[in-house]
Design a protein around this ligand. Structure first.
Ligand code: CU
Length: 72
């Protein structure tokens, strides 16, 4: 069953940010696609498509690795 996880991510401002986050998330096992709705100055909406649910800690770690963080 495919799953979509939606995450609010702060600190993203442009296409480079989108590319960095997308690249990190796509390296996670099971992730089949990433879609970002950019909201500069606010929380961008990052949708992660995967075959199975991916642990939120793994998603948060990948986003942190890209240089951004989950909105609390
Ligand atoms: Cu940017």
């Amino acid at each position: 069953m495919s799953t979509i996880t939606t995450l609010p991510v702060v600190g993203m401002t442009c296409g480079h940010c989108v590319a960095a986050v997308t690249e990190e998330l796509q390296q996670l096992a099971g992730v089949t696609g990433v879609a970002v709705e950019l909201h500069p100055g606010g929380a961008s909406e990052v949708r992660v498509h995967s075959e199975e649910p991916v642990p939120v800690e793994a998603l948060a770690a990948a986003i942190d690795e890209a240089g951004y963080e989950l909105a609390s």
